[in-house]
Design a protein around this ligand. Structure first.
Ligand code: NAP
Length: 279
């Protein structure tokens, strides 16, 4: 790297991008490990994304995270992709090397690592998993759960056609159920996951009946604003162990940081606090 470019650049693409917690997250790690580098919010319109991406290597960028609505386009633009990113046809992490773009998808990794860290007694093979929601994040979570050895995955979604499309694309033996069958889907499950937007700050209100959720089950939400979502509060009331969604965000960031800045970062309480305190 020339003198002009002695501090590697990375950032998060989104439209919008200003709400992203990623600059606070990576900024905290850069400071903690004393690494000279920058991580910036990169608000880019969908119609400009491809052009901007092509210019990145010439600007000293070593990589980027990608959030809504660019994940599919980021995958299409990449020169190479991990098998998982190919399977999901979406990327959230880009690594730039010698002018080439490598795409990865680390959302599923973040999901599993969050549960491993915060509920060490749980294992993916512990029993059936009930996933509510069949959007982009759900795809990553389901692929990761299947890969990690979940014996049965029950998928519920408002729009059944979206569940069917997910099943087709991932080519997995899922048990598809309509939302009305939630009680049945929770029977004997070891893990329940909310992967819908229900209960998100500013999103649709949470209106699911969790009365069939048995004590001892592990429940987690992908939403982290608010931290204790209505889904987690209702599950806790039923006697479930709960893990919030912030850890998924923190852990999905690890592979990118390690590749760009050359250091395996840690996810701990100090990082959580720094990210929560960031405006
Ligand atoms: P998405 O692709 O837009 O999917 C949204 C999901 O919510 C779909 O299953 C959709 O059902 C369902 N939904 C939306 N409104 C609903 C309503 N009124 N009633 C019932 N279902 C409804 O979004 P996504 O990217 O998968 O994200 C889902 C959530 O995960 C978001 O809250 C996001 O912030 C969070 N997330 C967290 C992380 C993390 O690191 N913790 C990472 C990624 C995403 P239909 O198919 O019927 O529309």
């Amino acid at each position: 790297m020339s003198e002009e470019r002695d501090a590697p650049l990375a950032g998060v693409f989104g439209w919008p991008a200003s709400h992203s917690k990623s600059p606070a997250l990576h900024g905290h790690w850069l400071k903690r490990y004393g690494i000279r580098g920058w991580y910036l919010p990169l608000p880019v319109r969908p119609e400009d994304f491809a052009e901007v991406l092509k210019a990145l290597p010439r600007m000293g960028f070593v990589g980027a995270n990608v959030t809504m609505p660019h994940k599919a386009e980021a995958f299409r633009m990449a020169d190479e992709a991990t098998p998982l990113a190919r399977r999901l046809r979406a990327a959230n992490t880009l690594i730039l090397r010698e002018g080439r773009i490598f795409a990865d998808n680390t959302d599923g990794f973040g999901f599993i690592e969050n549960l491993r860290q915060n509920s060490p007694e749980w294992s993916p093979a512990a029993g059936p998993v009930t996933v509510i929601g069949a959007g982009g994040a759900s795809r990553a979570v389901i692929a990761a759960l299947a890969e990690a050895g979940a014996p049965e995955i029950r998928l519920l979604n408002r729009t059944l056609a979206n569940s069917e499309e997910l099943q087709r694309d991932l080519d997995l033996p899922l048990k598809l159920l309509p939302m009305e069958k939630l009680s049945e889907a929770l029977e004997g499950a070891a893990l329940a996951v909310n992967a819908t937007a229900l209960g998100m700050a500013g999103g649709p209100p949470f209106d699911l009946d969790l009365s069939a959720l048995a004590p001892g089950i592990l429940a987690t939400d992908l939403i982290y604003a608010p931290l204790k979502t209505p889904f987690l509060a209702a599950a806790e009331k039923q006697g479930a162990r709960i893990v919030d969604g912030l850890g998924m965000l923190l852990h999905q960031a690890r592979p990118g940081f390690a590749a760009w800045f050359g250091r395996e970062p840690e996810v701990d309480e100090e990082l959580r606090r720094a990210v929560l305190e960031a405006a």
